[in-house]
Design a protein around this ligand. Structure first.
Ligand code: ADP
Ligand code: MG
Length: 287
């Protein structure tokens, strides 16, 4: 599996780009697409899913240009859009049957397949109730189930963990790890902790461009030896932020405990082991 995005741009109007001259190569495994709101994640994912077309550039899956042959990717794709809507009057089972029909999936094994998906996503108990009565997390799990109906080889989840509680997040993570054995899985989020334990590769986006791509170790290297902790007075915070990248603050009896990124740490700071959150913050702040 090899997905190549080559110099892709999406121009929404005269001076608004959702994505600009964006290139990335994605291979088997889990890619975490990380970026603040408005970075262009959904714009990119919708074009890979062929529900929107680039203004420029090409998208190639295993040597097939999907802008010319959309069916090539559609047949092996599972896609959970960010604004996934469900049909409130159908129950989960009926909804999945309906989506299967739309995708042209049928055959004697369909019912078993749906049962397995509902079970895997802990929806079996609720499967006979209308989706309109589900919680946000349950609806999201129906959306996830829908992506897996056709045993996809490339699965795209746009902000899948929104609305999931911590337990559901863990479940989702396990499901994704199982899935990614020989597939491409792309997972977008604006929250580092959503992807940092599962992504093999991480791509950081901002303003329609790619800031950096690599495995977690490679990204963390960017801030190696640059992460520190110190205690300052509350009043010093504003001035401190002007000179360093502040990752987090915590109130302590002695003052404000600050985790920060800097080439020139203030005296009395303790060096800290860098993590992906530090690298993400660093990349999005300096660019
Ligand atoms: N249909 C649209 N028309 C005009 N601008 C859009 C449209 N969709 C997205 N944008 C703009 O493109 C940029 C990228 O948006 P989006 O891809 O949704 O980012 P993300 O998913 O990373 O939050 C944003 O500035 C957004 O306002
Ligand atoms: Mg989005």
């Amino acid at each position: 599996m090899k997905l190549e995005i080559k110099n892709v741009s999406k121009k929404y109007n005269r001076n608004k780009y959702g994505l600009k001259d964006f290139s990335i190569t994605i291979e088997k495994g889990i890619l975490g697409l990380l970026g603040p709101n408005g970075a262009g994640k959904s714009t990119l994912l919708k074009m890979i899913a062929t529900i929107s077309k680039p203004t420029d550039g090409t998208i190639i899956l295993n040597r097939n240009n999907i802008l010319k042959d959309a069916n090539y990717i559609r047949k092996q794709l599972g896609f959970l859009p960010q604004d996934f809507g469900v049909y409130p009057n159908l129950n989960a089972f009926e909804f999945l049957e309906y989506i299967a029909a739309l995708k042209g999936i049928g055959g004697p094994n369909l019912k078993t397949k749906i049962q397995q998906l509902l079970e895997g996503l802990n929806l079996l108990d609720a499967a006979n109730k209308p989706i309109g009565s589900y919680s946000g997390g349950m609806k999201q799990r129906v959306g996830i189930a829908q992506t897996l109906l056709n045993d996809p080889k490339i699965v795209i989840f746009d902000e899948p963990t929104v609305g999931l509680d911590p337990e559901e997040r863990v479940r989702f993570r396990n499901l994704i790890s199982d899935l990614a054995q020989d597939c491409i899985v792309i997972l977008s989020s604006h929250i580092v902790s959503d992807i940092d334990t599962i992504a093999d590769q991480v791509a950081v986006m901002k303003n329609g461009g790619l800031l950096s791509q690599g495995n977690q170790e490679q990204l963390i290297k960017l801030v190696d030896q640059k992460v520190f902790e110190t205690i300052i007075n509350k009043e010093e915070l504003k001035n401190f932020k002007d000179n360093h990248i502040v990752v987090s603050t915590a109130r302590k009896v002695q003052g404000l405990s600050i985790r920060y990124i800097s080439e020139n740490p203030i005296t009395g700071s303790t060096s800290k082991k860098a993590n992906l959150e530090d690298a993400y913050l660093y990349l999005t702040k300096i660019n």
